[in-house]
Design a protein around this ligand. Structure first.
Ligand code: C2E
Ligand code: MG
Ligand code: MG
Ligand code: MG
Length: 290
């Protein structure tokens, strides 16, 4: 800063940068509640492929926001801000309702699909959440098995006792639970075993270079073995190429999600993708290593 003081232009530049990002945050916070009502937000669905069955019967719901002035605002950015401002409950309410009503349409068309919704830390402090979800499913006459929920280790750690209580209720209802971004936090699988979850999702950080990085390959293979011996399923996040797929199959990873199979898709495109994939899925597993 002392350096900047000698160069007033530089200080002004820093301040301007700070003001701009502060302004952006204020705009996001101010506009989010209205955007939810004005259909500026929508949901994309990314397929999760079962490696043993070579089938897709589940997806992750990922929220998207196109702001009229800012353009695309990444979910990581506005979710974090919504968490701090207390608006996250509105976002979660919106995505749960949107996903469940979409699921109701798919079920009417005979598509048995399970969709995972991401919860944020704040959602897991709400003891009303299980009742709320039960009411929503009942309204659309859907079984709880259509819905899965993803939570991060960090969200659990904020108040393990209360979070475990809420997760236990959700699990008892028949909802699938996954720990998201596994490997990026502090917790071990031994600790996760105490949580009432069905699945761990290994973070993309360990998957993206798996075919070149022996440490990552070892971590993924050992994590998968240990998770299985603890009765947990494993999903690998962020697979982008065939070489990685071959390794994940060798390690007996249960499911894979990533650009290799598909980027997140609109509901309509996801339906089309599913139809194509169910016809030709074996081809995806037979490609030569490129
Ligand atoms: P996440 O739950 O770990 O979601 C996976 C992220 O990885 C998504 O980013 C997805 O688009 C991206 N991804 C999947 N496969 C690949 C791949 O092969 N390569 C690359 N480079 N990326 C891949 P996205 O959609 O930007 O979401 C980022 C994060 O924002 C999510 O991470 C989640 O933590 C949060 N998020 C998204 N939607 C929601 C939501 O509805 N509610 C809450 N609370 N959080 C959400
Ligand atoms: Mg997730
Ligand atoms: Mg993740
Ligand atoms: Mg993530």
């Amino acid at each position: 800063l002392s350096h900047a003081k000698q160069q007033p232009g530089l200080l002004a530049f820093y301040q301007q940068g700070q003001d701009e990002s502060h302004q952006r945050e204020l705009t996001i916070l101010r506009d989010l509640p209205g955007a939810l009502q004005q259909n500026q937000l929508f949901v994309m669905y990314q397929p999760k492929v079962d490696l043993r069955e070579k089938k897709c019967s589940s997806a992750e719901a990922l929220i998207r926001w196109i702001h009229p002035e800012l353009g695309f605002v990444p979910p990581d950015e506005f979710i974090k801000l919504a968490e701090h401002s207390g608006n996250i409950a509105l976002v979660t309410e919106w995505i749960l309702t949107t996903v469940v009503s979409q699921l109701a349409l798919w079920y009417q068309q005979g598509r048995a699909i399970t969709v995972a919704v991401n919860l944020s830390a704040h959602d897991l402090t709400n003891p009303q959440l299980p009742t709320h979800i039960a009411t929503l499913l009942k309204r659309y006459q859907l079984p709880a098995s259509v819905l899965a929920l993803e939570v991060t280790e960090g969200a659990v750690m904020q108040d393990p006792k209360q979070v475990i209580q809420i997760l236990t209720e959700l699990r008892a209802m028949g909802i699938e639970l996954a720990i998201d971004d596994f490997g990026t936090g502090q917790s071990s699988l031994a600790y996760l075993k105490q949580l009432p979850v069905h699945e761990v999702k290994i973070d993309r950080a360990f998957i993206k270079d798996i075919e070149h990085n022996q440490d990552d390959a070892l971590i993924v293979s050992a994590t998968t073995q240990l998770a299985h011996s603890l009765g947990l399923k494993v999903t690998a996040e962020g697979l982008e190429n065939y070489a990685g797929l071959a390794l994940l199959q060798r390690y007996h990873c249960d499911k894979v999600q990533g650009y290799f199979f598909s980027k997140p898709l609109t509901a309509e495109h996801f339906s089309e993708w599913l139809q194509q994939f169910s016809k030709q899925s074996p081809q995806w597993f037979e490609q030569e290593i490129s």
